[in-house]
Write a protein that binds this ligand. Structure first.
Ligand SMILES: O=C(O)CCC(=O)C(=O)O
Length: 279
């Protein structure tokens, strides 16, 4: 669905949108079954084309390249609940930015967390990171990275909710509680962050946000596993954050639209070329 005028106003103002019931109960069930089928792994281990990964600190496990985990995860690549909105906010339609396709996913993972795990807020407009930037020009969006974060379990107070600092994608100065020398990306802390708001989601709700917004997740205080999936979208000329590549099997089974989003460019040359000389 294309963004409404209301979506555009509040995305510009706050840097995020909450998409309630973005997934049906059946879709959530299928995705959770897909995650249940992946054995527990320590960071660095592989299961097929999925790798277990963690940042520094108590962030839990990220199952990287989760779009390799079967059709329910492939459907998320261009899911109608967010695809046209993401496309609109990354923008660039009709320009060189889209010469290979509308979008590229540079990271996709499932995040699994238990009690005490979280990720301290990071990012913010002040950092002026080109890859993650929030930009509008001539009435059009040109954002560097739009994230879709989908809850696969209910995430309420105490469940390690995602936090955002509304409006911070446009901040021109460091956040006094966040941008402190010595802070390490990925650390977990319950230190208070002025302006941060918890985003409580039901399983199947999604949070769309520009990566330039200051965001993170508070440490989880409840039992049980918190499950989310994150797909990060940017312009078609982007590259993978961690160097993963889609598998040949995934490329072979995807629809043309999905294939174009996971690999917008044809990799050349596919085979060594034999030099030919004209006599
Ligand atoms: O785990 C979360 O809820 C926040 C995700 C996050 O920090 C990120 O996507 O960079």
């Amino acid at each position: 669905m294309e963004p409404t005028e209301r979506d555009i106003y509040f995305f510009d103002l706050r840097g995020y949108l909450i998409l309630e019931k973005a997934l049906s109960c059946a879709e959530v069930r299928e995705l959770n079954s897909g995650l249940d089928a992946i054995p527990p792994m320590t960071p660095g281990e592989w299961y097929g084309y999925i790798q277990s990964h963690t940042f520094s600190g108590a962030n839990g496990i990220n199952l990287q390249q989760i779009y390799e985990a079967g059709e329910p995860f492939e459907k998320l690549i261009d899911h109608p609940s967010w695809f046209e909105k993401v496309r609109h906010f990354v923008g660039g339609e009709g320009t060189f930015d889209c010469s290979h396709g509308p979008l590229f996913i540079d990271e996709n993972f499932a995040s699994l967390r238990k009690r005490e795990e979280g990720i301290f807020p990071h990012s913010g407009g002040w950092h002026a990171v080109k890859r993650c930037q929030f930009l509008t020009r001539n009435g059009k969006f040109q954002c560097g990275q739009i994230n879709i974060l989908i809850a696969l379990t209910d995430i309420g107070p105490d469940d390690g909710a995602t936090v955002v600092v509304p409006g911070s994608h446009k901040s021109n100065f460091p956040h006094p509680d966040v941008d402190i020398p010595g802070r390490v990306y990925g650390e977990t802390s319950s230190a208070s962050v002025d302006g941060a708001q918890e985003v409580h989601l039901k399983a199947g709700d999604a949070l769309l946000f520009v990566d330039a917004i200051c965001h993170g997740a508070v440490p989880k205080k409840s039992d049980g596993q918190r499950r989310i999936v994150v797909y990060r979208y940017g312009p078609s000329w982007g590259n993978f954050r961690h160097g993963y590549q889609p598998s040949p099997e995934l490329l072979a089974r995807l629809t043309p639209q999905r294939r174009n989003i996971v690999q917008p460019l044809t990799i050349l040359p596919r085979e060594p070329q034999v030099q030919s000389h004209n006599a």
